[in-house]
Design a binder for this molecule. Structure first.
Ligand code: HEC
Ligand code: HEC
Ligand code: HEC
Ligand code: HEC
Length: 206
């Protein structure tokens, strides 16, 4: 995919220096809602579930944004969308996240990209990682499994980059998810090495 994107990225290098660091592209956190529990068979586990995902109570809530249309499209119409409910027990903030919504509609669920991750889901200490994580250098190849080409006018690509890029991101290391979706968490409460799955730290108390 890097080869395909190269012309766009060269153009991006030209505009990168004019960009302000105010356009950040992080996802937001919000507490897992207990209303989600009835959507899955883990309802009973929920009562003993660990505290909500959020520690940063000042972070804006993704669901407060005007995304009703996208949220409506998440009414499970595909098998993948229904399966995603098991993840929303804790990851409620992904219910309306664009990358997840588009793919659920195309029957590509969380588990297509991250694995079924039963051990992760069932670990009340939240120290077991999901099966598949993506260090930055592996994102493009993962998307490239299904998306071979990128038939988009250069000016649209540059405009997107201006509008939505990770402030610290150098154009030559651009990844698909810099421009697509709002899939990154702004605040982490548990950190794993995305290559090895090793637990690096957790501030989620027992
Ligand atoms: C398992 C296959 C698969 C993988 C992996 C995958 N996609 Fe998709 N994606 C699809 C399908 C299927 C669609 C819907 C049909 C289409 O637009 O091609 C889609 C749609 C999209 C769309 C169009 C959304 C819209 O409606 O405008 C974007 C953008 C996209 N994917 C980006 C990505 C990115 C970025 C990644 C990597 C994080 C990725 N995809 C990984 C299968 C996949
Ligand atoms: C610099 C910004 C940028 C980067 C990086 C980027 N895209 Fe896009 N992409 C766009 C824009 C702009 C569009 C057109 C509007 C839209 O559909 O989002 C687009 C459209 C798409 C579409 C739907 C239309 C089509 O051509 O099929 C897919 C799928 C897609 N991108 C996948 C990817 C994948 C996979 C990667 C990483 C290899 C990637 N994009 C990297 C900006 C970018
Ligand atoms: C099309 C593939 C795809 C789908 C579908 C998908 N993810 Fe991801 N996910 C990724 C990729 C690629 C990354 C790495 C993104 C990055 O670092 O920019 C990621 C990263 C994450 C992260 C870590 C974010 C961070 O800041 O480190 C979480 C949490 C996550 N995904 C949860 C989910 C959940 C929950 C779902 C379903 C609702 C889901 N993902 C669906 C591909 C996917
Ligand atoms: C019992 C609660 C729980 C359930 C259920 C759950 N997760 Fe998680 N997950 C977490 C916690 C806690 C984190 C750490 C988030 C943070 O740092 O704040 C996490 C992080 C992740 C990450 C980020 C890994 C990285 O790159 O660092 C991914 C991806 C992820 N989960 C995928 C999933 C998927 C896919 C499902 C459903 C199949 C799922 N999770 C279900 C609690 C859960």
């Amino acid at each position: 995919m890097k080869r395909i994107l190269l012309p766009s990225l060269v153009a991006l290098a030209l505009v990168a220096c004019t960009l302000s660091s105010s356009c950040s592209t992080t996802g937001e956190h919000e507490p897992a809602s207990s209303e989600d529990a009835d959507a899955v068979d883990r309802a009973s586990a929920q009562s003993s579930a660990p505290p909500p995902l959020v520690v940063d109570t000042d972070a804006p809530l993704l669901l407060d944004e005007p995304v009703e249309a996208e949220a409506a499209s998440m009414t499970p119409t595909t098998e993948a969308a229904a399966e995603n409910a098991a993840c929303f027990v804790c990851h409620a903030n992904y219910k309306s996240e664009p990358l997840a919504v588009w793919h659920a509609a195309a029957n590509v669920g969380c588990s297509s990209c991250h694995g079924k991750s039963f051990a992760h889901r069932n670990d009340e200490n939240n120290t077991t990682p999901p099966e598949t994580m993506y260090p930055r250098g592996k994102i493009d190849a993962a998307c490239g499994k299904c998306h071979l080409g990128h038939d988009v006018p250069a000016k649209d690509v540059i405009a997107r980059w201006r509008q939505q890029y990770g402030g610290a991101t150098a154009p030559e290391t651009a990844a698909c998810t810099d421009c697509h979706g709002k899939h990154r968490l702004k605040v982490r409460t548990v950190q794993w090495d995305k290559e090895t799955g090793k637990l690096l730290g957790s501030n989620r108390g027992p």
